[in-house]
Every structure is written in C-alpha cells, then in structure tokens.
Design a protein around this ligand. Structure first.
Ligand code: C5P
Length: 236
C-alpha cells in the first residue's frame, strides 16, 4: 500500500464528509468509513468514495454468531472495499467464517480481513476490572492477534504499542492497523494508548488511522501532510 494513512471520516452525513474532503483538497486519500457514516448513508457512500478513487477501510467491527457474520461479510464483499473488520473477541470460528463470507462474495478476494484486538480507548484497569480479562492490554491484544492469525485474518487493529510484539508472534506480513495516533500538539481526547506517526512506524505499524488530529486541526490538509511527513521520516 503506497499511502498508509487512512483518514477517519467520522462525520454524520456524506454531505459533510464530502465537503470536508473537497475544502481541504484531500481527494483520493485513503479513508476509513465507520458506523456513524455508514449507518446513515448505507452502501452508496462506498460507491461514491470509490468513484472518487479513495482506497477504503470499512470499519463496522462485526461481532455476532459465525453464520450471521459470514452472511454479512458475503454482502459487504460486493462493495469491493480494501479492508473490512471484525472483533477478535468474537472468537476463532467467527473469524474463519468472516473470511469465508468474503470469499463467497466474489469481489472480496482482494479485501483484507482485519480483527480488532482491544480498543485503543481501553486501559488495563477497565479491561481487568470491568471486562474481567486478565493480563495487560498488551498481552491480551497479542493473544487475540494470534487467534486472528490462526483463523485466517490478514491482520489486526491494535495500538502502536502492541505492533512489534504482534509482528513477532504472527510474522511481518501480518498487517498491523493502528488508530490512537496523535500529531504533536494534538489533544488525547478519549484515546488512551496513543503515539505519533513517527513512533508508529518505528514500532512496526503498517497502516495508520487518523481522525481528530486531522479533522479538528486548524488546517486539516497541512495536518494530513504533517502526518505523512512524520511517517516518512521513519524511513530514514
Ligand atoms: O479521532 P481519532 O484519531 O481518535 O479516531 C480514531 C478512529 O479509529 C475512530 O474512527 C475510531 O472508531 C477508530 N478506532 C479506534 N480504535 C480501535 C479501532 C478503531 O480508535 N481499536
């Protein structure tokens, strides 16, 4: 993938998302469409973005019984997006069937299946005390990544801080998609485990998802360019 920075299109309507893209000259950049926009606009938003040549990560985080996820994936497959995802906490059977559904749908052969490990908004304390999952977030995320890998997923969504360990366990080709990215001078908002694009690259992330650091920036175009620049500095 040439440009690894997916802009999170966390807008309530297509009109607002499109206006943001056009006003800031972000035509054709990779985008992530989440629940907010998809539940409002439906598959048409994907068709529109595809027509405008945006690589697309459809972030719906499916989590249901294996059959239901398989059938949903079969339908999503027809959209021909680049990346879709499920929650790894749905278990190995669900992940296997998700992959099966993508392949049954025809065009999904080229769609990468990514599993969400532990949300980057989650702290050790919340995970241990509320969800009663033992261990550190890092350990649980690595375990879930391994299950995802064994079940045929192409990669995981994880925090930058888990990427290296996950690559170590699942191999360098296993994709690590990392949200929780903040440019210098940005607010942390509700994300806990954050990193800059430079750190992300250093720590083995393949794809970055960035929302508010760009969408809420004074000059979003400049912020997007800064993210790319920080990422590219990781090459040197
Ligand atoms: O605004 P911010 O950069 O925090 O946006 C992060 C985006 O990535 C949001 O759209 C959020 O839904 C998504 N995401 C996340 N953590 C995950 C998976 C997805 O923050 N583990």
């Amino acid at each position: 993938m040439i440009n690894p920075i997916f802009l999170a299109l966390d807008f309530p309507t297509w009109q607002e998302a499109k206006q943001f893209i056009d006003m800031n000259e972000l035509q054709g950049v990779p985008v992530k469409v989440g629940m907010e926009l998809f539940y409002r606009e439906g598959p048409h938003v994907i068709e529109k973005l595809k027509a405008d040549n945006h690589p697309i990560f459809l972030d719906l985080k499916l989590h249901d019984i294996p059959t239901t996820v398989m059938r949903a994936m079969r339908n999503l497959s027809a959209l021909g997006v680049d990346i879709v995802n499920v929650h790894a906490l749905g278990g190995s059977e669900m992940i296997k069937w998700a992959k099966e559904g993508l392949l049954l749908g025809g065009t999904g052969k080229n769609t990468k299946l990514i599993a969400v490990t532990i949300l980057t908004s989650m702290s050790d304390k919340t995970m241990n005390d509320e969800l009663r999952l033992n261990g550190t977030v890092n350990e649980v995320a690595s375990h879930l990544a391994n299950i995802s890998y064994q079940s045929g997923a192409d990669g995981v969504v994880c925090s930058v801080h888990e990427a290296k360990q996950i690559k170590h366990v699942c191999g360098s080709d296993f994709l690590t998609v990392t949200p929780g990215i903040r440019l210098k001078q940005s607010d942390k908002n509700d994300q806990e485990r954050i990193a800059t694009p430079f750190e992300a690259r250093e720590k083995g992330a393949d794809i970055l998802v960035i929302g508010r650091s760009i969408t809420k920036a004074e000059d979003p175009r400049k912020a997007y360019e800064q993210a790319l620049e920080e990422w590219n500095r990781g090459y040197k």
